[in-house]
Ligand binder design. Structure first.
Ligand SMILES: [Zn+2]
Length: 212
């Protein structure tokens, strides 16, 4: 999980939140208001803020991608679910772009927004001090990089609620990390931290859209 610097919401989001017809006191009212948003514009803005990575597992997200059923593959997640606090349903800081999280797979394979469901989170990817309390570790007998943290609430969020150590994620994370180090070496000719820092701080590559 990496820190997400939130920008301004796309037009329509604050207007809908403030509209006299919008009812954010109830979950039903908040869901109705949320469904009035231009979801494509929201997905595009979230993906750009997040450098086209899922806010939780950091797999790639494509704001225009469709799944096998023609539905948007990228999900708009509420860090605090609408059922927990409807007043936060349209707050830009509360909206995060998530991968599909295996929503059509069986429960052990679900992660991210799909796994979160109606659980509130303590972890907040929009706050640098929150994300800084997580770390990745190798575990002797098992392949991969496992996410964890010393704070029990944060650890429960990433391990149990968001399921970021679900079967295939630690191995995928380790191979992505290896690829980053290799690309940093190829591009900057530097091993270790100096090389990968330069690489990860490069401007994001846009996907799913053609350059003008
Ligand atoms: Zn994800």
């Amino acid at each position: 999980m990496r820190h997400i610097e939130k920008g301004l919401p796309p037009s329509g989001v604050p207007e809908t939140a403030k509209a006299s017809t919008t009812d954010l006191e109830t979950a039903t009212g908040a869901r109705t208001a949320f469904d009035q948003l231009d979801k494509a514009a929201v997905r595009a803005a979230l993906a750009e803020e997040q450098r086209y990575l899922c806010a939780f597992c950091m797999r790639r997200i494509d704001p225009e991608g469709k799944d096998a059923h023609g539905q948007a593959a990228m999900k708009i997640a509420h860090r605090t679910p609408v059922s927990v606090d409807p007043r936060a349903a349209l707050q830009w800081r509360n909206l995060l772009g998530s991968c599909d999280g295996g929503q059509r797979l069986e429960k052990p394979y679900r992660t991210c927004d799909t796994a979160q469901g109606d659980s509130a989170l303590t972890i907040d990817p929009t706050r640098v001090e929150s994300v800084a309390r997580l770390r990745y570790e190798r575990r002797d007998s098992r392949e991969g990089l496992f996410i964890t943290g010393d704070d029990a609430a944060l650890r429960a969020d990433v391990v149990d609620t968001l399921r970021l150590n679900a079967p295939y994620l630690p191995a995928a994370r380790a191979s992505a990390w290896k690829a980053v180090q290799k690309k940093a070496l190829d591009r900057f000719g530097q091993y270790g931290k100096p090389g990968w820092r330069k690489y990860v701080e490069e401007p994001p590559k846009r996907i799913g859209r053609k350059a003008a």
